[in-house]
Design a protein around this ligand. Structure first.
Ligand code: SF4
Length: 237
């Protein structure tokens, strides 16, 4: 069911209220006070996803978690997703996306070999946009240290005219991420143990090729650095 869009005034007020907050205080205020029942997390169940999922689960494990099942994930990612659902007792993980290898527009499932932008649009951007229509705010696990367009990431920002996006880990460092995994004994993605540091679809993910740049193994040999689900340049808190 499509929700009535939040008014620009309501979003402006919320953005101001969230200004200056990070990690748990940011999530608590958004999930419990401002947008109860109107927020979701979008997670790829990748290398560091467990951190933001754990933070959210400690506040409300009923928060919807959207997993974009592109049909191209590593089997290890699907297994890790199921393990984390169990471990964190996530109560509302929703798989969205095209049917595996039956996608109109990519009938043979090989579009990623010739046009990665079109493939990401078909398998990620369009399904997510449709799923987000019922939410006022979504939560991501992006960090500034990931570089590129993420280097100036705010903790709260607008995402188009009628939605907000929160990045509660925006100002976290790699050491802080590692410490969180250790302190809470969170399981690592199986491919992390094999040297992968940023994990998306199998055909478009390799191990990092540049020291200190975890995302340098994504879309190897291409200028592409983002799949397209994130708009940049919207207003920030
Ligand atoms: S990351 Fe690769 S396989 Fe996945 S949707 Fe994008 S182009 Fe397709």
């Amino acid at each position: 069911m499509t929700r009535a869009a939040a008014s620009p005034h309501r979003l402006d007020t919320a953005l101001q209220a969230l200004s200056g907050l990070s990690d748990t205080p940011l999530l608590s205020k958004a999930l419990e006070e401002i947008f109860p029942g109107r927020a979701c997390v979008v997670s790829a169940f990748g290398a560091e996803s467990a951190v933001v999922l754990d933070l959210v689960a400690r506040i409300d494990r009923r928060t919807p978690v959207l997993f974009i099942d592109t049909g191209k994930h590593f089997q290890e990612t699907l297994d890790y997703r199921d393990m984390l659902i169990d471990r964190l007792r996530l109560e509302d993980v929703r798989s969205i996306g095209p049917a595996r290898d039956a996608t109109p527009g990519d009938p043979d499932g090989l579009l990623h070999q010739t046009n990665t932008d079109a493939c990401c649009d078909l398998r990620k951007v369009q399904p997510l946009e449709k799923a987000l229509a019922q939410f006022d705010v979504w939560v991501t696990g992006r960090k500034r240290f990931q570089g590129g367009a993420r280097a100036v990431l705010p903790t709260a920002e607008t995402d188009g005219p009628d939605r907000l996006k929160l990045n509660p880990l925006a100002d976290w460092t790699p050491d802080r991420i590692d410490a969180y995994f250790d302190n809470f004994a969170l399981p690592r993605h199986p491919l992390w143990h094999r040297g992968y540091r940023s994990i998306g679809c199998g055909p478009c993910t390799g191990k990092p090729i540049a020291a200190g740049d975890d995302r340098s193994g994504r879309w190897l040999g291409q200028e592409k650095t983002e799949c397209g689900i994130h708009r940049y340049g919207d207003r920030a808190a």
